[in-house]
Design a protein around this ligand. Structure first.
Ligand code: ZN
Length: 178
């Protein structure tokens, strides 16, 4: 068998194994944080010019959140309420990925000294979610996307590969897994 052919088969096998692990749920939970949504405070009028609470109450005296002077107790004077959006996905997590043939992406140098690289392999249906993410939390560490995620496929099966970096350090004695 020609040498390059043999390598290709080996790669195929490894790919299939990775895909099966993702499909079988033999993977970890990754929390994907999307950009926050801001709602206008229901308790006070929003000052669009200064992007803050106008300090004028919307509700009548007698309401538990009524205020006549000072800061709105509902939004703490910000005029908006922020909703954090997050979703959990499953994927295979590889800390400090080595540069083998399946991991042949080049990392964009983040410019952070001591940044740790992490790669995840997951279902391609998570592409948009990951592309639009603010950050993800893997094993309790906040990680930022370092390269645009890519989809690799062999045969009819595709897998999403995304690379992140973190400047957080794992906490001592934390066996914590999300
Ligand atoms: Zn308010």
């Amino acid at each position: 068998m020609p040498r390059n052919r043999r390598i290709k088969n080996k790669t195929k096998k490894r790919f299939k194994k990775t895909w099966t692990r993702v499909a079988d749920g033999l993977s970890r939970r990754i929390v994907v944080y999307q950009s926050d949504i801001e709602h206008e405070c229901p308790n006070c009028y929003y000052d669009k010019v200064n992007k803050t609470s106008s300090g004028v109450c919307k509700v009548e005296p007698g309401d538990p959140n009524y205020f006549a002077v000072g800061r709105c107790p509902v939004c703490q004077g910000r005029g908006v309420l922020v909703t954090t959006r997050r979703r959990c996905i499953n994927g295979i997590v590889i800390w400090n990925p080595s540069g083998d043939s399946m991991n042949s992406l080049t990392f964009t140098e983040a410019g952070f000294e001591g940044a740790t690289k992490v790669e995840i392999k997951t279902d391609p249906c998570n592409l948009e979610l990951i592309k639009n993410s603010k950050y993800v939390v893997i094993d309790g560490l906040k990680c930022r996307l370092s390269n645009p995620p890519i989809i690799r496929g062999i045969g009819s099966k595709d897998i999403l590969i995304a690379q992140f970096f973190t400047t957080d350090k794992p906490k001592k004695n934390s066996g914590e897994r999300l």
